[in-house]
Design a protein around this ligand. Structure first.
Ligand code: NAD
Length: 492
C-alpha cells in the first residue's frame, strides 16, 4: 500500500499527522494483507492531545454544561455512528477479522452505550447530609479531569465507546489510545464525535503502540484517571506507573471463565453456549467460556457432543460470516499454538484441533478441545485468548465450585442445571464479576461488568460504571440564625 492515504489522529478537534511522520500498517487477519495505513502517534502527539483535553477540563467546558446537554452530545455521537453503521461494521470486521454479523453487533452495542450513558448524564446526583440547625451539607460528584483510555483490539469500537461515554457523561475529557493492531474503529468513533460537534479537545483519539504512546499517556502529569482494558501482564505495568502518581484506575483485565455443568443440565443448551462462548471471534473475548467443568457421569457424552459441534463449524474470513474466523495476528496464533503444546506436555487429552491452519494465508487456528485438564496445568490457569476449550470432570458440587474458583482470575462464570436451588447455590459461590445461568454472555450494556481477584477492579457497563468516573466532594456550610428567628423554629 505504498501510496495509501494515511489516516490521521484526532487531536483538539482536528485531524493531525504524527509529528514524527511514522506509520502503522493495519492488516486484515484473514489474509494478512495491509488494508490501511495510520499515523503513529508518539509521545509528542500525546503531549498535544493531553494539553487539549486538560484545557477543556481547566476551562470547565464540560463541567459547566447542563448534564442534559452532555447527554445529548452522546446521543448525537450515537446517531453519527448509526448513520454509517454498515461502513463501520465492514471496517471493524476487516481490521479484527471477526464475523461481519459480530461486527454489526459491536456497532449496535457501541451505539447503545452512548445512548445509555447519554440518558444517565442528568441522573447522577449527590446527596444532602443532615447535620443540625446551623449546618447545610451536600455532596457533589465531580469528574477527575483528563481520562486516559487504553483500548485492546478485540472489541475496539464498543470498548472505545463505552469508556468514552461514561467519561463524557460525567464531565471528564478523554484521550483514547487505540490498539495498534486495530486502530480504525477508534478513528470511526472520533469521526462520529466530530460530526456530533463535541467541543474541540473533549475527545482525542490516537493510534499508537503501547510502549510509546500508551506509556507516555499514562505517565503524563495532567492525566488524572486511567481506564485500562487489556491483559493482566500489561495491566500490572500500567498500575505500577499509576501508583507512582497516585492516579485512580479502572482495570478491565483478562479471565479464565468456567462453566459448571450438572448432570441434569440441558446438554444441547451447553453445546450452544460453548459454540458462542468459546468459539465466537476465535475465542478472543475476555469473558469467553474457557473451562468446562462437567459432572463425571455426563463428561464423556458432553465432550463427544461438543466435538461434533466443533467438527461442523465452518472456517473462513469474517467478512463472509464464517464461524471460525482468524486470530488477530501471527504472534497471537503462535501463542495459542504454544499453549496447546504445553497442554499436551502437561497430560491433557487432545479431543480435536490443537494446530494452526497454516494452509490458509490468514492467522487461522483450529477450534480445539482438550479433556482431562488438570487444575495445576497452564491451560487450566492461564488465559489463552484463542479458540481453545479445557474440559475437567468433577465428582460433587463442592469440588465443582472449588475448581471454578481455583484460578487467580474471576471475570465471568456460569452454571448449567434445571434445579433452581442448585443454580442459585452455585451462582452465589462462583467468585466472578458476572455469573451466567443456563447460557453464556447473558449480561448486557445495562448489567455491571468487571473482574474480581486479578481480573481487575472497577466496573464498566450498567449504572455502576459511572461511579468509577466521578469523585465525591463535600461542601459544608455554616449558617447563622437571626436571633429573632428562634421562636419561629417550631415544627407544626
Ligand atoms: P494488551 O494488554 O497487550 O494491550 C492492551 C492495550 O494496552 C493496547 O492498546 C496496548 O497498546 C496497550 N499497552 C501495551 N503496553 C502498554 C504500556 N506499557 N503502557 C500503556 N499501554 C500499553 O492486550 P490485548 O492483547 O490488546 O487485548 C487482549 C486482552 O484484553 C486479553 O487479556 C483480554 O482478556 C483483555 N480484555 C479485557 C476486557 C474486559 O473488559 N475485562 C475486554 C476486552 C479485552
Amino acid at each position: 500500500m505504498a501510496n495509501a492515504e494515511v489516516t490521521k489522529n484526532y487531536i483538539d478537534g482536528t485531524w493531525r499527522d504524527s509529528l514524527s511522520g511514522t506509520r502503522i500498517e493495519v492488516d486484515d487477519p484473514s489474509n494478512a494483507e495491509t488494508i490501511a495505513v495510520v499515523a503513529e502517534a508518539g509521545p509528542e502527539d500525546v503531549e498535544i492531545a493531553v494539553a487539549a483535553a486538560h484545557r477543556v477540563f481547566r476551562d470547565r467546558v464540560l463541567i459547566d454544561m447542563h448534564p442534559y446537554d452532555r447527554g445529548r452530545m452522546l446521543f448525537r455521537v450515537a446517531d453519527a455512528l448509526e448513520a454509517r453503521s454498515d461502513q463501520i461494521a465492514t471496517i471493524n470486521c476487516a481490521e479484527t477479522g471477526k464475523a461481519l454479523d459480530l461486527a454489526h453487533d459491536e456497532v449496535r452495542t457501541a451505539i447503545r452505550y452512548l445512548r445509555y450513558y447519554g440518558g444517565l448524564a442528568d441522573k447522577l446526583e449527590g446527596r444532602s447530609i443532615p447535620r443540625g440547625a446551623n449546618l447545610v451539607d451536600y455532596t457533589v460528584r465531580s469528574p477527575f479531569g483528563v481520562s486516559a483510555q487504553i483500548v485492546p483490539w478485540n472489541g475496539p469500537l464498543e470498548l472505545t465507546a463505552r469508556s468514552l461515554a461514561c467519561a463524557i457523561a460525567t464531565g471528564n475529557s478523554v484521550v483514547v489510545k487505540s490498539p495498534e493492531l486495530a486502530p480504525l474503529s477508534g478513528i470511526e468513533v472520533a469521526r462520529a464525535c466530530e460530526t456530533a460537534g463535541l467541543p474541540a479537545g473533549a475527545v482525542n483519539v490516537l493510534s499508537g503502540y503501547g510502549k510509546t504512546a500508551g506509556q507516555a499517556l499514562i505517565n503524563h502529569s495532567d492525566v488524572r484517571h486511567i481506564v485500562f482494558t487489556g491483559s493482566m501482564a500489561t495491566g500490572r505495568m500500567v498500575l505500577k506507573t499509576a501508583s507512582d502518581r497516585i492516579v485512580p484506575c479502572i482495570m478491565e483485565l483478562g479471565g479464565k471463565s468456567a462453566a459448571v455443568v450438572y448432570p441434569d443440565a440441558d446438554l444441547d443448551g451447553v453445546v450452544e453456549a460453548v459454540r458462542i462462548g468459546t468459539f465466537l471471534n476465535a475465542g478472543q473475548n475476555c469473558n469467553n467460556l474457557t473451562r468446562l467443568l462437567v459432572e463425571r457421569s455426563v463428561a464423556d457424552e458432553l465432550v463427544e457432543r461438543v466435538k461434533v459441534c466443533v467438527e461442523g463449524l465452518s472456517v473462513g474470513p469474517g467478512r463472509e460470516n464464517f464461524e471460525i474466523t482468524p486470530l488477530i495476528s501471527q504472534k497471537q496464533r503462535q501463542g495459542v499454538e504454544r499453549a496447546c503444546q504445553t497442554a499436551l506436555s502437561q497430560g491433557a487429552r487432545l479431543v480435536i484441533g490443537g494446530t494452526a491452519l497454516s494452509e490458509r494465508c490468514g492467522y487461522f487456528m483450529a477450534a480445539t478441545i482438550f479433556a482431562d485438564v488438570g487444575q495445576e496445568s497452564s491451560l487450566f490457569q492461564r488465559e489463552v485468548f484463542g479458540p481453545v476449550l479445557a474440559v475437567t470432570a468433577f465428582d460433587d458440587p463442592v469440588m465443582a465450585v472449588d475448581l471454578a474458583n481455583g484460578t487467580d482470575q474471576g471475570l465471568a462464570a456460569g452454571v448449567f442445571t434445571r434445579d433452581i436451588d442448585r443454580a442459585l447455590w452455585t451462582a452465589d459461590l462462583l467468585w466472578a464479576g458476572q455469573v451466567y445461568v443456563n447460557g453464556w454472555y447473558v449480561g448486557g450494556v445495562e448489567t455491571p461488568f468487571g473482574g474480581v481477584k486479578q481480573s481487575g477492579y472497577g466496573r464498566e457497563k450498567g449504572r455502576e460504571a459511572l461511579d468509577g468516573y466521578v469523585q465525591t466532594r463535600n461542601v459544608g456550610i455554616r449558617i447563622s440564625q437571626p436571633s429573632s428567628s428562634n421562636r419561629q423554629r417550631r415544627a407544626k
